[in-house]
Each structure stands twice: as structure tokens, then as C-alpha cells.
Design a binder for this molecule. Structure first.
Ligand code: ZN
Length: 271
């Protein structure tokens, strides 16, 4: 599933390919399912218009346009992007294609069709409507503390709450807690100020590392917990020599369900 690091990688790709190109046509294969407005209205807003900049908030991607409306993309389970010229290069699961006047095309790819496209007035309006917290890639200890408030739920569960730090998915939450040496079941309101500081630093570090590796998990540093997870689907992270021992202390990594989500941690390192 595309998480914040993948979406940030897509954002940078779009920045390098799709900006300042007049749009000549927009196609959406299954608008009833994937487009959050009428296809005619979507086309009217975009044909003759152009993308001018991009923004990302958690896993939500925004393409700002010259004439105002902002295209909003959510990648669901299998979303991806492509930029190409020849029709013959059209990706198999291109669900929406933006044609540019210069002949190039930008495709929103999504085999399973859980992704969504829409328009919003501005990123700020969207953020308020969806009650999204500050983006996890730049989160501060103060913002994290104010998001967590006095909540007594397990810190792991709250890290997955998009109102607190949008963009943190299941494995990322385990990784940041491992790097911060915090037990996933610690009640959030038991965290002391220095622990919150460590946690906010870990969130930024892990995400920056993931973005720098362009979300290719096998390239992550050896001291990352991600190498010791079991993966159900076969992602890039699954290496043949994957072992389930803590990269710090060599104790066996434990697996437990926290808030209904599979959680990996080292009970020796994470108190
Ligand atoms: Zn350990």
C-alpha cells in the first residue's frame, strides 16, 4: 500500500514531469467509482488549465493549478503514477489519464481501484474538512504532544490516527517506536517530554530515510526493524536472509496485536 514515503516519491516525480504543461484532455475510466465529482465538471476545471505546484499531506497528494481548483489524489491500496508520450506505453491499469498539449500524458495507475481523485478549493480547506493533523514528515514534539493530548490509548494505536500525524501506516508506526525505544502499548499520556521529543525525531528520521531510499525497503539501514518483519505480500523488503532478531540486541522480535494491528517490537529494547 502506498504510504507517505511512496506518495512523497510520486510528488517529486510529478514535480519533475507534469508542471506548467497545458492540459488538453482528461479521461477517467470509472468515474462513478473513483472520481468524487462529475466527470464533466472535472474536465471543465482542467482542460486548458495546468498544474503549477504539488503538495502532500500524509498520504494525500495535491496538484495545484493555475486557475484555482486543486486536484486531490489518494492512492488507495495500489496507486501509482506514470508519465509517457506514446499511447503504446499506457500502463495497463491507468485509471485516469491527463493529456498535455505537448503530447505527453500523466497516468494515475490503480489496479484495485481503491484510489480516489477529486477537486478541492485548497489544501488548507481539505485539511480542515478531514481534520488532518500536521504532516508526519515535519512533525514537531509540540505538535505531537498537542495531538496526543491526555489520551490514554496505546501510543501505537494513536500514531495510526490520521488526525494526529497523517501518513504513518502500520509498519512505520512499529519502526518509529523501535527507533525511539518505546513499547507500542505504552499509554500515550505516560510519555514524558524527552520521550515525546525522541519520538518526534524518530518519526522524522524514519520518514526522511524512507523518502531518501525512494521507499525501496530493502535499501533501508541494517538497524531498522523492517528487516525483521514477516511480510504477507511480497514487497521489496522481503530479503531471502530476513531474520526475526532485533538488530540491536539480537533478542527475538515479538509479534502482538495492538488495537487490532499486527505489531512487531523488541521487549528488551522497548520498555
Ligand atoms: Zn532489542
Amino acid at each position: 500500500m502506498p504510504e507517505l514515503p511512496e506518495v512523497e516519491t510520486y510528488r517529486r516525480f510529478i514535480d519533475q514531469t507534469c508542471l506548467h504543461l497545458p492540459i488538453s484532455e482528461v479521461e477517467v475510466q470509472d468515474p462513478k467509482r473513483q472520481l468524487q465529482l462529475d466527470l464533466d465538471d472535472f474536465r471543465k476545471a482542467l482542460v486548458g488549465n495546468q498544474f503549477t505546484s504539488t503538495q502532500r499531506l500524509g498520504k494525500q497528494l495535491f496538484l495545484e493549478t493555475q486557475n484555482g481548483p486543486v486536484v486531490h489524489l489518494h492512492f488507495g491500496m495500489t496507486g501509482d503514477v506514470a508519465f509517457y508520450k506514446d499511447e503504446s506505453e499506457t500502463p495497463r491499469f491507468a485509471r485516469a489519464v491527463f493529456h498535455f498539449q505537448n503530447g505527453f500524458k500523466f497516468a494515475f495507475i490503480d489496479s484495485r481501484k481503491f484510489g480516489r481523485l477529486g477537486l478541492t478549493q485548497s489544501v488548507d480547506v481539505f485539511r480542515k474538512q478531514k481534520k488532518l493533523g500536521p504532516d508526519a514528515l515535519t512533525i514537531t514534539a509540540a505538535a505531537l504532544a498537542s495531538g496526543l493530548g491526555k489520551k490514554s490509548a496505546a501510543i501505537k494505536t494513536l500514531l495510526l490516527d490520521q488526525r494526529i500525524a497523517p501518513g504513518i501506516g502500520n509498519w512505520l508506526a512499529d519502526e518509529v517506536l523501535f527507533q525511539a525505544k518505546l513499547h507500542p502499548e505504552r499509554p500515550a499520556n505516560s510519555l514524558l517530554a524527552p520521550e515525546l521529543e525522541t519520538l518526534a525525531n524518530a518519526i522524522r528520521d524514519v520518514l526522511e530515510t524512507a523518502v531518501a531510499a525512494e521507499a525501496i525497503y530493502r535499501d533501508f539501514p541494517a538497524h531498522y526493524l523492517i528487516h525483521a518483519r514477516e511480510w504477507d505480500t511480497a514487497p521489496a523488503a522481503a530479503t531471502p536472509d530476513a531474520h526475526l532478531h532485533c538488530p540491536h540486541c539480537q533478542h527475538l522480535i515479538e509479534k502482538k496485536y495492538v488495537g487490532g494491528r499486527a505489531t512487531y517490537f523488541c521487549s528488551h529494547c522497548q520498555k
